[in-house]
Write a protein that binds this ligand. Structure first.
Ligand code: DGY
Length: 324
């Protein structure tokens, strides 16, 4: 039987599949293994089921030359050095389809919560401040008929666009690769990033983190946005320049931000983004539904087992390592 490392407790839907086919070495702590503990866990393993909190680079892979697959429990795989894995013939897999709609739902939930000040309202009631109905109390921004700017028009971005159309929003899209037919079908119009930022009432980020997208939204870009605009990030924290965002929220360059992801992650409790009234931060939970986390676990397990069996996995990032 092969030996597989699983770097955190994942839903049983995935663990059961792995246990049927392999000896499973499970990291049971709530917190991720540090580099030394990860090295211990991976020692002698044929496959690793990893999370976005595990850094898998060339050094890690060099220590375990028998490792054949790194199956990430996420659509994003910026925690894995894919060229290093490819150079060593290690397959890298991810879980894209499982979480598309769930993540889009949550990005939209963030957008609505920030626009209509849902969390501020709940905090107000909890703090015992609710004394009367007030014409000026906690006014927010309309979503309906507003302009939604979707940055990254892939699977998740398109699902967010679909939700925006359901609210009669005008949808603008930015991507380096343009699929005109998909945009037409969703009633979206492609724009340059600068044009989108200048026109949108809501800007929602759905790009993968790469060298090209790191700090895609910095001080200059925030400066192009409307002072009434809200930024949503359910992609990766470093796509936004955190210091520039804090400054833009403080000085009113933009109206608000709703963040599922931050840089750094986790965000320290004394970080300015935690206390700014116009920032809404949640702990990277966009894909966290029971059904979706089950699907992610199952997909990650199936990917991993397929590689070990010499079969083509359902989702592979570097198919060039397969000998099929
Ligand atoms: C991912 O899959 O990349 C998310 O960030 C976690 O679901």
């Amino acid at each position: 039987m092969p030996t597989i490392a699983v770097t955190r407790v994942i839903p049983e839907a995935g663990l059961a599949l792995l246990r049927d086919a392999a000896e499973v070495r499970l990291w049971e702590d709530d917190l991720p293994p540090d580099a030394a503990a990860l090295a211990d866990l991976l020692r002698g393993c044929d496959g690793a089921l990893t999370l976005l909190t595990d850094a898998i680079d060339g050094d890690v892979l060099d220590r375990e030359p028998q490792l054949r697959v790194v199956s990430n429990f996420a659509v994003g795989y910026d925690n894995v050095d894919v060229p290093a894995a490819t150079a060593r013939g290690v397959a890298v897999c991810n879980t894209p389809d499982a979480l598309t709609e769930t993540t889009a739902d949550f990005a939209f939930a963030l957008l609505m919560a920030a626009a209509r000040r849902v969390v501020e309202g709940a905090d107000y009631v909890r703090a015992g401040k609710w004394q009367t109905w007030g014409p000026l109390l906690l006014r927010g921004h309309d979503l309906h008929h507003a302009t939604l700017g979707v940055v990254g028009f892939g699977r998740i971005g398109r699902e967010v666009a679909k939700r925006g159309r359901g609210f009669d929003m005008r949808v603008l899209a930015y991507d380096t690769h343009q699929d005109e037919a998909a945009a037409r079908e969703l009633g979206a119009e492609y724009r340059s990033l600068d044009d989108l930022l200048g026109a949108a009432d809501f800007v929602t980020l759905h790009v993968a983190l790469t060298d090209e997208t790191r700090h895609l939204i910095g001080g200059r870009e925030l400066g192009l946005m409307k002072p009434t605009a809200i930024l949503v990030n359910a992609a990766r924290g470093p796509v936004t320049d955190t210091d520039a965002l804090v400054a833009a929220l403080r000085d009113g360059t933009i109206a608000g931000a709703a963040l599922d992801v931050t840089d750094p992650e986790p965000l320290p409790a004394d970080h300015p983004l935690v206390s700014l009234p116009n920032a809404l931060v949640v702990p990277h939970i966009a894909s966290a539904t029971y059904a979706t986390r089950d699907k992610m676990a199952e997909t990650a397990a199936r990917n991993l087992l397929a590689v070990l069996r010499g079969e083509r996995p359902p989702f592979i990032v570097n198919p060039e390592v397969l000998n099929d």
